[in-house]
Design a protein around this ligand. Structure first.
Ligand code: F6R
Length: 248
């Protein structure tokens, strides 16, 4: 496990974008696993800028997103397909056929999960997977007490996640209760993982996840067993982290 400490959000975005750009430069036909949310926005902005100004090309890149809300279609402004289109895909030279996200409107959820797992397998697995970290330690939508052995599945979102997501919806009724997500197994099979954490309030969670007890109660803790994990985080103030978990 490698830790990269960033001075602020811009620095964190630069570090994350650099890792992704390096991956694409070394292997133009890379399979990238991508996250949505507030953390990767700055990195996506930089990748778009480097595409426009420095010739970074996505023409051979394939992407698979981590998750999608169940019940939201691609035109819904809060769907993850919409987010990816507006923050990255439509702004770089990636072929739409090479961008993959679970179908939130799939009629048969079991079939959709199988389809997504087969797709990742057919692509040859994920070269580089970008993860954010939820307040409750979730990765993708693998919520506390998830099963570590699962691949893509339909997850029930916990009250903590529903509360975090509520900022994007005008009424509580609109917040999706379920989401398709890559499972922990799919995540752990990625060849390189970046865990990006920009929120200083999550410093204790990231410390517990990366150095504490490995347990489904804190889904991100499984990442300690990954052979090629890079944690990129804003350097926590010492009071943000319990004594046992101060960065060394
Ligand atoms: C999003 C995802 C989630 C987020 C996490 C952090 O695709 O899988 O696990 O990465 O909830 O979200 P932000 O970055 O908004 O703090």
């Amino acid at each position: 496990m490698q830790h990269l400490f960033a001075s602020d959000y811009d620095d964190l975005s630069h570090k994350v974008a650099s890792l992704i750009a390096a991956q694409i430069t070394l292997k133009p036909e890379s399979v990238l696993g991508l996250a949505t949310g507030s953390t990767p926005m700055g990195a996506y902005r930089l990748l778009v800028q480097w595409h426009r100004c420095a010739g970074l090309s996505f023409s051979k890149v394939r992407t698979v997103n981590l998750d999608e809300y169940c019940g939201l279609g691609p035109d819904h402004p809060q769907s993850y397909r919409y987010y990816m289109q507006h923050n990255l895909f439509s702004l770089v030279d990636i072929s739409p056929d090479n961008t993959h996200i679970p179908n939130g409107l799939a009629e048969d959820p079991d079939e959709e999960c199988k389809r997504y797992d087969h797709l990742i397998c057919d692509l040859g697995g994920i070269d580089l997977l970008l993860l954010g970290l939820g307040d409750n330690g979730h990765i993708g939508f693998n919520e506390p007490d998830c099963l570590f052995g699962l691949s893509t599945h339909l997850a029930h979102l916990t009250p903590c996640t529903l509360k975090a997501n509520s900022r994007f919806f005008s009424t509580p009724e609109e917040i999706p209760r379920q989401a398709y997500t890559m499972g922990i197994r799919s995540i752990m099979e990625a060849r390189h993982i970046i865990l990006a954490v920009s929120d200083r309030n999550r410093a204790g969670t990231v410390a517990a996840a990366t150095r504490g007890f490995i347990s489904p109660e804190l889904p991100a803790s499984i990442l300690q067993l990954h052979p090629n994990l890079t944690v990129v985080m804003t350097k926590p103030d010492s009071e943000d982290v319990p004594d046992d978990f101060r960065p060394r």
